[in-house]
Design a protein. Sequence first.
Length: 241
Amino acid sequence: MKKALSVFLAIAVLICSSVITFASNSVNAREPDLELAYLDYDSATPEMKEKILAARNQIIFSTSWVADGYSASIGNVKTGEIIRVLPSFSELFPGWDIPVLAVPDVADNALPDESQSIMNPIIDPIDPDDWVGLTTTYYYLPAATNVPTNPFFSSYIDSYTMGRVVRTYATSLTASETINIGYSNATTGVSLGYATELYPYDELRLYNAGGINLAVRASTYSSPGWSTIRIEAADRLVSVK
């Protein structure tokens, strides 16, 4: 009996040790290494530069901002209220390079509802300022980490048939309390904007979005789970013939 108890305790200690080791190796997206992030990048070794950039990206992707040359805001779709205008990247992170992400395929855990998808919308006689739905997607929100998620949507945004302003928002979250939404250029990988901890019907609106291949990402700081995400465009150019 004593021998069996000793074996049980030894196994328990081993399991606890493994859990502690796993936890120490995981990266919390909300707790970046500030000291590492603010080291001098130019004088660092190539290996250290990678670590500095990784630490900086953790900070960047836990903050709401918009790329220089663009404008973005957070608002509420139901009320029409603009909650706040996002600061520019250089304003928040002077001297830092804006993240350039890989350009992977669209995530396989995104299920577009084709009945609500308008990738080549016929806008007449819709007013140019009316919002046109580009897609409604059922997407399993992954937990936010130090590595940005794959986009769940990617499309060329035509200024005439879609618009020059794009907004993205969740209409439902089954397990998650909030959602993080990010935009990037799907051709170059350059990040265009990011917003954290949005509630259902809180939108991330990106201006000057017409004429680019746009990728949209999403994640959550709360419990992962299925979401319904709507992407719309407005402010279409009118062709004068």
